[in-house]
Design a protein around this ligand. Sequence first.
Ligand SMILES: *Cc1c(COP(=O)(O)O)cnc(C)c1O
Length: 231
Amino acid sequence: MIRENIAQTEEKIIEACTRTGRDREQVCLIAVSKTKPLEMLREAYEAGVRDFGENKVQELMEKMPVLPEDIRWHMIGHLQRNKVKYIVGKVWMIHSVDSLELAKEISKEAVKKQVTVRILLEVNVAEEESKFGVTVQEACALAEEAAKLPGIRVEGLMTIAPFTETPEENRIYFKRLKQLSVDIYDKNIDNISMNVLSMGMTGDYSVAVEEGSTYVRVGTGIFGERKGMVV
Ligand SMILES: *Cc1c(COP(=O)(O)O)cnc(C)c1O
């Protein structure tokens, strides 16, 4: 089942790339495995997935040591400052940096461990009350300040688009995030690259790929529905 789901997702990513003249190599599929048991992650791994996304530090800590070492773990959920120390040096990338305070904490921990942490700035493009992330207006200042910190590298932007039945509705938000990344890139800030755009989930990743996404985060579309209210 998981293997077929991955194949189908791949297919759709390829189609979106083809429609817009993009290279499939520019898009990485992250299997969002939060709440899912290890067997399911192993199945996805066997099917070739190497990028996994989790949104809770505790769950990451449990899953990481028992799964293959060549997995790239992506922290995609809201991160509390007091939990930063557990994941710095262990995850491939932190997608959810939404404040300078958090960036500073990651920097501090990175310096201590002598590593460089790849981070993305989370932008609440649609300005939904329920979501984390800075506004489009705040993003540039955050990028400039975060870029000055040692031990971290700002590689791009991330957004969680509104939940919708009609993915076309989210196109405007993906376009806005892409434009924002271009605007920040054009400022020529030292120590920043804007190569990464983490946008698109099960409901809307085709549209996100058409609009320039480089990381799509697909949970339900690979592992099936999650039980309960886990955002
Ligand atoms: C859960 C989650 C996803 C995956 O959502 P699906 O709709 O199941 O694909 C993607 N990104 C973030 C930040 C998430 O928390």
